[in-house]
Design a protein around this ligand. Structure first.
Ligand code: UD1
Ligand code: UDP
Length: 370
């Protein structure tokens, strides 16, 4: 049984690593082939190294400042050729990136069974996040096995008339990876990372969404800059995403500021241990919204809508949008108001119990063996 696991970006690799591992463990009948589109190059390679993923194919498609059309067409063309030459028995795609959409489409055109890991997430706003909301809806429609991380995600799929027998609630595979890494002792090799959070309260910032490029991203960084000026007992760590649109805004508002540490994208393992010791997280990331509640860290979501409502409902996440005043006011409250902070800093686990990869591997083996 030949199962191909396709991945293109950092979050796909992090969240597929536990699935690859589980497929390798589940039965000798299963042959797992990891296929990279390399929509991301450096960010993806970091994760491949961290998890020692066995890579069989690498399409190496990334170019600086690539457009959505370029990614879509390159992946579709190159993967279609590989699929027709090698005929996998099933493919697994993850989440909502352009790699996910194009790989799903390439599989569908050749009538290869498709498993979608992290199915059913929705904002029902087709431009937020863009183009992820449409990517995941289209892939869900094409998929044969829909691995929904939560009951809410399953409900979304049922409301779209997707047949119940195709849906399995598995938990989120990202939490498998997180729980595994977070419980291991860790010593930072880098002295800056080691020192962070010792003398001041540490805030971790990440921002990279396409719909925030330009003014919204400027507002985010302006708010962070003013937050730093108002509070001399805080410091910010910002692993800056390599997207050129992000770096442009960062330069204008945050470069050279005291107590703002702008660093390159971090390896996953030290990043998890930084999250563990921070006070507060500001992010527009999907994955970090899931990781924060599992670590008991309050998170301000720099978006107006989220496809991950569970942490908002549980009270550990607040939507502040990419809006200067809301970011500044809410972050300030969380710095000043201990009760509000404690109410948000609850460790909850709405996204997974660490066994999601195993559930996916077992389901796939059982279904394909029939
Ligand atoms: C992509 C995904 C987004 C996901 C994010 C995770 C799409 C449409 N977007 O967004 O859902 O949340 O990845 O980080 O699929 N770059 C590098 N090196 C890298 C990676 C990116 O230099 O390792 C630069 C390149 O100039 C590249 C640009 O960033 O062209 C944009 O990368 P791209 O994958 O198109 O979009 P992201 O914004 O990273
Ligand atoms: N992450 C990382 N290093 C960093 C920033 C993030 O390893 O410097 C991890 C993070 O823990 C999470 C994933 O990358 O697991 C999220 O990726 P990203 O925010 O790029 O994408 P999204 O989840 O929004 O699709």
């Amino acid at each position: 049984m030949n199962i191909w696991v396709i991945m293109g970006t950092r979050p796909e690799a992090i969240k597929m690593a536990p699935v690859v591992q589980a497929l390798q463990d589940v039965s000798d009948e299963v042959q797992v082939k990891v296929c990279l589109t390399a929509q991301h190059r450096e960010l993806l390679d970091q994760v491949i190294r961290s998890f020692h993923l066995p890579v069989e194919y690498d399409l190496n498609i990334m170019t600086p400042g690539q457009t959505l059309v370029e990614i879509t067409s390159r992946v579709l063309e190159r993967l279609s050729k590989l699929f027709s030459e090698n005929k996998p028995d099933a493919i697994l795609v993850h989440g909502d990136t352009t790699t996910t959409l194009s790989a799903g489409l390439a599989g569908y055109y050749q009538q290869i069974p498709i498993g979608h890991v992290e199915a059913g997430l929705r904002t029902y706003d087709k431009y937020h996040p863009f183009p992820e909301e449409m990517n995941r809806r289209l892939v869900d429609a094409m998929s044969d096995f829909l691995y929904a991380p939560t009951e809410q995600a399953k409900k979304n799929l049922l409301s779209e008339n997707i047949e119940e027998h195709k849906i399995v609630v598995t938990g989120n595979t990202g939490i498998d990876a997180l729980l595994y890494i977070a419980q291991k002792p860790y010593t930072f090799e880098n002295s800056l990372l080691e020192a962070l959070g010792k003398d001041r309260r540490l805030i971790v910032l990440t921002a990279h969404r396409r719909e925030s490029f330009g003014k919204p991203m400027d507002e985010i960084f302006h708010a962070v800059s003013d937050l730093i000026d108002k509070n001399d007992d805080i410091e910010i760590l910002f692993p800056v995403h390599p997207n050129p649109n992000v770096t442009a805004s960062v330069k204008q508002y945050l470069q050279g500021k005291e107590r703002v540490h702008l660093v390159s994208p971090m390896e996953y393992v030290p990043f998890v241990h930084i999250l563990k010791k921070c006070y507060l997280i500001l992010t527009d990331s999907g994955g970090i919204q899931e990781e924060a509640p599992s670590l008991g860290k309050p998170v301000l979501v720099l978006r107006d809508v989220t496809e991950r409502p569970e942490a908002v409902q549980a009270g550990t996440a607040l939507l502040v949008g990419p809006h200067y005043e809301r970011i500044l006011d809410t972050a300030q409250k969380l710095l000043d108001d201990k009760e509000m902070y404690q109410n948000m800093a609850n460790k909850i686990n709405p996204y997974g119990d660490g066994k999601s990869g195993k559930r996916i591997a077992e389901h796939l083996l059982k279904t394909l063996s029939r």
